[in-house]
Design a protein around this ligand. Structure first.
Ligand SMILES: [Zn+2]
Length: 135
C-alpha cells in the first residue's frame, strides 16, 4: 500500500480570504452589499442579484445540522483512523449551508436540527477547516 495524504482544499483568489480567516480560527462569509444576501461558497458575484459589490463579514458561527451521515466503513484510506466520523451539511444562522464535519460528540448523538457551533481543525500550516460541534 502506498503512503497517502489527505487532500487539501483547492483555493482561488476569491476564496483566499475565507482560508486566511480560518487559519486564525475565524469564520467569515461573503455578504452582498446591494441585496444583503449571505453567500457561501465564495463567489465573484452575488447569486441572488448578480452584483459584484460583495464584502466579507464575520459569521455567527452558529447553526443547525440540516442533514448528515456517519462514516463507519471505508476502503483502506487516510481516513481509517478517523472512523467513525460525521459528514454533515450545517445550515448557518445566516442561511447558507456548509459541507463539514461534526466533532466533539458521539456520532450516534448527532441528529437533524441539532444546534451546533463552529470549531476549527488544523490540517497543516496552510489549512484550518471550519468544523462544527454541539452548541
Ligand atoms: Zn445581491
Amino acid at each position: 500500500m502506498t503512503a497517502q495524504q489527505k487532500l487539501v482544499p483547492e483555493t482561488n483568489t476569491w476564496s483566499e480570504p475565507f482560508w486566511k480567516a480560518a487559519r486564525k480560527e475565524k469564520l467569515i462569509l461573503q455578504k452582498c452589499s446591494d441585496c444583503g444576501t449571505y453567500i457561501f461558497y465564495p463567489r465573484l458575484i452575488c447569486p441572488s442579484c448578480f452584483s459584484d459589490n460583495i464584502d466579507w463579514v464575520e459569521a455567527s458561527g452558529k447553526g443547525k445540522v440540516y442533514t448528515f451521515t456517519i462514516v463507519t466503513n471505508n476502503a483502506p484510506s487516510v481516513f481509517l483512523d478517523d472512523m467513525p466520523y460525521v459528514i454533515a451539511i450545517v445550515r448557518l444562522d445566516e442561511g447558507v449551508q456548509m459541507l463539514t464535519n461534526i466533532v466533539d460528540c458521539d456520532p450516534e448523538e448527532v441528529e437533524c436540527e441539532m444546534p451546533v457551533e463552529v470549531a476549527f481543525k488544523k490540517l497543516n500550516d496552510e489549512f484550518t477547516l471550519p468544523v462544527f460541534k454541539p452548541a
